[in-house]
Write a protein that binds this ligand. Structure first.
Ligand code: LLP
Length: 430
């Protein structure tokens, strides 16, 4: 459980609002976010890195709803974007381009131009070829492009192989030696101003020591470059700070800040970090309703109206999300927090697969879970769904994507409406 989602008087609440009140109005499935949690978690990580004077560049890919971006922009957050679309969202939401960085291995010429026109903080360059292209495009425009080199520090953060990004065999960044050569040559590029080094080692990185290892490599490279007269003023450690999907293995943001602080002391470095999941993940749930319950062999299938098109993480990575009925004495025993002590779950549990209606065996939200008896029409919540939930949703099986609502104390606003059939086919009409 999180601060924002708790069971009270037998019902899941988001802040002071009972979840069924939302489902009644919006229907299901529906993403529900807590404003207090989203803002609170941003402030917590900002304050944790406060002594290091770090720029918090929220990773827009985790949850890019304009209304959430606006909340962060109003708080003075920076942004990490990876596409022209994300950059446009940030600008639309009132985000400050001077606090916005642009990463990604395949930026197109148009996206580079878009970033230069917006006057962003810097582009994170991922290959020698890309640096050449940025140089040419900037020179054609008669400007200098601010860039950071994204290095691949070859650090193994020991997480899921699909979300590991900083090992030598991953497609991201430039290896340290090539980055050193590139940086030394950058002084000859009239269209380039090299300002920083960047490394993102992966997601769900639980041990701060991996950031220390990555930072040590960045600092060594910075020292080497200083020896050649190339001054680097900013270091970007990327995102990846771990949250708890089950139990309490997430890390307080302060642990990461405390681990790296001694390395930065007195160096006058501008530090940037790019948390996405840490802010958005625990701030949202996906509400869904039981359509049918059936047995198949030894299995009990709880068929709900949310599917892999709405939340693909379980299908794609085998990710674990706590799933639990909205009406229950206490919260899911697999998540800690107020109102859900395991011993207070005085109900019969038996194994169930919680699955969606999509025609794929891989369409599941939970497998082989101890789960209470539920009936057709019961509401069920999928927890920690605020990051990489809606942003990875699709229209597979011609399903409209779900609405998103933002709860503020005892009220809520629909911050994205449900997609209709007309939305689905609008671009196909002759
Ligand atoms: N910075 C860069 C350059 C990134 O590539 C990412 C995530 C982040 C920051 C933010 O990472 P976070 O703090 O959110 O862990 N879809 C996967 C996660 C993919 C992450 C991709 N890059 C999932 O659902 O687990």
């Amino acid at each position: 459980m999180t601060e924002a989602f708790r069971y009270e008087r037998g019902t899941l609440h988001c802040e002071d609002l009972a979840a069924p009140a939302i489902a009644e109005q919006t229907g299901t499935p529906c993403y529900v976010y807590s404003r207090a949690s989203f803002l609170g978690r941003f402030r917590t990580i900002r304050d944790a890195f406060g002594p290091l004077d770090a720029l918090i560049a929220y990773a827009v890919k985790a949850n890019s709803n304009l209304n959430l971006l606006r909340l962060l922009a109003d708080e003075g957050s920076g942004f990490d974007v990876v596409s022209g679309g994300e950059l446009a969202r940030v600008l639309d939401a009132g985000g400050d381009p001077k606090k916005t960085t642009f990463a990604g291995v395949g930026k197109t010429d148009d996206e580079i131009r878009q970033a230069l026109t917006a006057g962003i903080r810097h582009l994170n360059v991922e290959s020698p070829g890309e640096l050449e292209r940025i140089d040419r495009i900037a020179r054609d425009r008669g400007e200098k492009a601010r860039v950071a080199l994204r290095v691949n520090p070859d650090v193994d953060p020991q997480t899921h192989r699909y979300i590991t990004t900083g090992k030598a065999e991953n497609k991201f960044g430039i290896d340290l030696q090539a980055a050193a050569e590139l940086a030394r040559g950058s002084g000859d590029l009239a269209g380039i101003e090299l300002v920083g080094l960047h490394a993102h080692i992966g997601s769900q990185v639980g041990d701060p020591a991996h950031y220390v290892a990555s930072l040590q490599k960045l600092l060594a490279l910075r020292d080497e470059l200083a020896g050649y007269g190339v001054a680097i003023r900013s270091l970007n450690l990327g995102g990846g700070y771990k949250i708890s999907y089950e139990g309490s293995e997430g890390r307080p943001a302060g642990d990461y800040a405390a681990a790296i602080a001694p390395l930065l002391e007195g160096k006058g470095i501008e530090l940037e970090i790019e948390p996405g999941r840490w802010i958005a993940g625990p701030s949202g749930v996906l509400l869904t309703r039981v359509v049918e319950v059936k047995r198949g062999g030894e299995k009990r299938f709880v068929i709900v109206d949310a599917a892999m098109n709405d939340l693909v993480r379980p299908s794609l990575y085998g990710s674990y999300h706590a799933v639990w009925p909205v009406s229950a004495e206490a919260g899911p025993p697999d998540l800690d927090g107020p109102g859900n002590k395991t011993e207070s779950v005085a109900v019969q549990l038996s194994s169930a697969d919680v699955v969606g209606p999509i025609c794929e065996t891989g369409d599941f939200l939970a497998q082989d879970r101890p789960f209470p008896d539920v009936d057709r029409g019961d509401l069920v919540a999928v927890f920690c769904a605020g990051a990489y939930g809606f942003t990875m949703a699709s229209n597979y099986n011609s399903r409209g994507r779900p609405p998103e609502v933002l709860v503020d104390r005892d009220g809520f606003t629909v911050i994205r409406r449900r997609e209709s059939y007309e939305d689905l086919v609008a671009l196909e009409r002759a």
